[in-house]
Design a protein around this ligand. Structure first.
Ligand code: PLP
Length: 427
């Protein structure tokens, strides 16, 4: 059976590391910065990108590469690079094709850290970003494209609002304007959604979340489908389509074809900026990936029960979970994620902000943590925690209702989760 045709469950367990005769069955941790060669010429060929091989872990490491290969196969991509965090992944995904003077468009309901990266930090680098409401009609959003626009960005399921992104619609829109669509697929994971099948060109991940699933490492990934035709828009993407003087005049699209984007990301951005994961972290991530398919199914099953319970609860003002028939994202979720979306639910209690805080303080094993999307059920009130510097008005602009509670449903027994929520609400 060809590797491309394997099912996600098999890839989760078997993908990536391919031991040769007599080698370790379990992915080894190559905790080494450097690799040895017999001749100076062997090493020179690596630097010239004439030969493949390892020489320095900032550029490539066998443990990291094996895990990247697994994620690449899970997404159905052509090339994948691991990063030291999800933030680094989103930064590199954009910075690989944008430079000072360029512009890109993003959905406005994205994770707060990404919002700040795009709106504040990248602006300091001379890269401008326009935030659009994905619920605006095409005509209104398309007015935001400029001659120097280089990509469109969105999250499959937004954090923390749980909105579902219409991947196919925005892929077509981006392509009408000659730019790729980049989707952060952290919450859905490739077990539930494979954005490349809907025309998306590049996928990013915070592997810190479900992919790891046990909150043991911070990491990220950028995966390229290899499908975007950079040469057809060569004027927009000179970094890929014209000679790179820092690599002896090599042109990435000509030298690497469908792997041009991922090769450039490693040989320029990793070389110059770093942000690789420690091999030890990739090892931990790989253990998480081996059960991703089992955990995602259980997260979705538990979250569906909890969302239905919340919806029927008189103390609850509103619930947003795309698995609920009442959700305005239900149809999109059925289209893109028929197996289920994820374990994260956004809801509001009837009452004040203080009531929301009292409810959370009264929870027992459902803990208050900044983290989201792991095996343990956890909860956060963005207005009091991650977004506490924002006024109510600014919160709404960022797509975060002031009363929004983000509940990340874990894989415990769902009756116990419901009992904990119920007790805390009653108090
Ligand atoms: N993307 C999404 C959707 C996230 O939820 C997060 C973090 O919560 C990130 C990116 C950033 O990832 P990391 O915390 O691994 O840097």
């Amino acid at each position: 059976m060809s590797a491309k045709k394997r099912n996600v469950e098999t890839i989760c367990v078997q993908g990536g590391w391919k031991p040769r005769n007599g080698e370790s069955r379990v992915l080894p941790i190559f905790q080494s910065t450097t690799f040895k060669y017999d001749s100076s010429e062997d090493m020179a060929d690596l630097f010239d990108l004439k030969a493949e091989g390892y020489f320095y872990t900032r550029l490539a490491n066998p443990t990291n590469d094996a895990v990247a290969a697994k994620i690449c196969e899970l997404e159905g991509g052509e090339g994948c690079v691991l990063t030291s965090s999800g933030q680094a992944a989103n930064f590199y995904a954009i910075f690989n094709i944008c430079q000072a003077g360029d512009h890109f468009i993003t959905s406005n309901n994205i994770y707060g850290g990404t919002y700040n990266l795009f709106g504040v930090t990248m602006k300091k680098l001379g890269i401008e970003c326009t935030f659009v409401d994905p619920e605006w009609d095409d005509e209104r959003i398309e007015k935001e494209f400029r001659p120097n626009t280089k990509c469109f960005f969105g999250e499959t399921i937004s954090n923390p609002g749980c909105a579902v992104f219409d991947i196919e619609r925005f892929a077509k829109m981006a392509h009408r304007h000659g730019v790729p669509l980049i989707v952060d697929n952290t919450f859905a994971t490739p077990v539930n959604c494979r954005p490349f099948e809907w025309g998306c060109d590049i996928v990013t991940h915070s592997t810190t979340k479900y992919m790891d699933g046990h909150a043991t490492q911070v990491g990220g990934a950028v995966c390229d489908s290899g499908n975007f035709d950079w040469e057809a828009h060569a004027d927009k993407f000179p970094g890929l389509c014209t000679p790179d003087e820092s690599y002896h005049g090599l042109t990435y699209t000509k030298a690497f074809g469908r792997k041009a984007y991922s090769t450039k990301l490693v040989s320029q951005l990793m070389r110059d900026l770093g942000s690789i994961p420690a091999p030890q972290n990739s090892f931990l991530l790989n253990i998480g990936l081996e059960t991703l398919h089992l955990r995602m199914a259980r997260h979705c099953e538990n979250a569906q029960r909890v969302a239905e319970w919340l919806e029927a609860n008189p103390r609850v003002a509103w619930v947003n979970y795309a698995g609920l028939k009442s959700s305005k994202y239900y149809a999109l979720a059925q289209k893109y994620m028929p197996k289920g979306t994820c374990g994260v639910i956004a809801f509001g209690l009837k009452g004040t902000r203080e009531d929301a805080i009292r409810f959370m303080d009264n929870l027992q094993f459902v803990n208050i943590v900044t983290h989201v999307a792991d095996a343990r059920t956890c909860v956060l009130h963005p207005a009091s925690h991650t977004h506490r510097q924002l006024s109510d008005e600014q919160l709404l602009e960022a797509g975060v209702a002031p009363d929004l509670i983000r509940l990340s449903v874990g894989i415990e027994n769902v009756d116990d989760i419901l009992a904990d929520l119920d007790e805390a609400m009653k108090k």
